[in-house]
Design a protein. Sequence first.
Length: 181
Amino acid sequence: MRFRFIDGAKAEFPIQRLCKVLSVSPSGYFAWQVRPASHRQRDDLVLLAHVRSAFALSNETYGSPRMTHDLRDNGLPVGRRRVARLMRENGLKTRQKRRFKRTTDSEHGFPVAPNPLDQDFTATGPNQKWGCDISYIWTREGWLYLAVVIDLFARRMVGWAVSDRLHKELEGSKNLAIAGV
């Protein structure tokens, strides 16, 4: 570990000074440079190639327990802590899956509003058909809700409202659109 640090810092500082500060002999450092890789280091390089391959195939979702299980299934006898060390040393961090936040409940007992547009979004003149939508916007202070009303002929916004709660006040976007007409 000390020799590796010296190897990385030798461009900024003299090797003799680095060896003295880290209490190692310069001859030990130079011997380390020419010493061939140990059996364990060579095995780690082979194992790392398998880990990188499996990590890419899993779309960067496998952590060390699943990676160990996968490598064992492929005939490589490895331990979880060794795989964890190799992943940590090489910056292989899993991407966390976000939980799906359900925003619509279609299994309710309330009456369903009629759909007068029936997927026909074409209009022959302004203010004949409007479309509206609510967007959820994440901020550092929590969710904001943006309600927008669009004229389907001109494809422009005719009203909008923002709120920190999803409630009836967002209907103000429709009222603003009606007042603007």
